[in-house]
Design a protein around this ligand. Sequence first.
Ligand code: PLP
Length: 315
Amino acid sequence: MISERCVASDAPLILQRLHLDWLQQAAVDVVVLRLDLVDPELSGNKWFKLVNHLDAARRAGAPGLISLGGPHSNHLHALAAAGHRFGFATVGLLRGHEQDTPTVADLQAWGMQIHWLGYGGFRARNLPGFWQPWQQRHRGYYCIPEGGGGLPGALGCAELVPRLPSALAAVGWDDYDAVWLAAGTGTTLAGLVIGEAGRHPVIGALAGPPSHAVDDHVAVLLAQAGVANEGYELLDASRGGFARFDKELAQFMYTAERDGGVPLDPIYTAKTMMALRLYVERGYVAAGTRVLFVHTGGLQGRRAAESQLHKLIHG
Ligand SMILES: *Cc1c(COP(=O)(O)O)cnc(C)c1O
């Protein structure tokens, strides 16, 4: 029985100073908001994106939750963990054909019921009528949009902003000048823009190829929240495509985590930090700037990529 609000994300926020050569040389200060450490299972931004959905499901008396994603999905991983912890059954609609990945093994261990949709079936997810057969099959289940998105997802992330000042005191900062984070759908970014209410600019490093889809999605979320479509910037950090890895990326990731002491994932956080380095080296970030770098998690998804990354470096 679910009897109380799901608030495990109230765990204290952990911030960490980042010391790397290229930051020191440009006199740019970075503190990393370690959302990857917020919980051992419900890691990263996905936990904050889920919290309002879980609450809505509880209020609706839903026996379970349904959502969709790929076989390495950080979202489904957090959802399955949350369902297991808070007493919801979970159903995952997965892209592609049956395969074993570390993520899928965890989903199954947490009791998620998995349906493989193939590629065509997954592409149909935005067509009208897509959910109907699944809702018939799993009556009363609460459907969560891909990636935990929508306004409830964004508002869960907005709640992070008022918690920052007290957390920053632990690293001796009384304020920051800009927020940087990875953007997939842009839901997390929209949430931070809502929470910031114009106080600090939010820079979103796109993990996928630049297209208007993310701009549009952010604009819709901000309109739904009743705030102006401003206070943020999106830049292309995708290096040729979503989840495309290259040697330079792999080298950057392992070097940055060895020298900076922060583990990164190759799809989101490493690409974001590479984009930050490019901006710093080009002189786009003024000396003395205090950057709050949001580590959005994603480390569980990295497990399946490790051998490919090693091969890129060592041949
Ligand atoms: C899902 C994810 C993102 C993207 O979040 P959006 O809200 O879709 O922009 C960024 N980083 C990590 C590690 C993620 O898992």
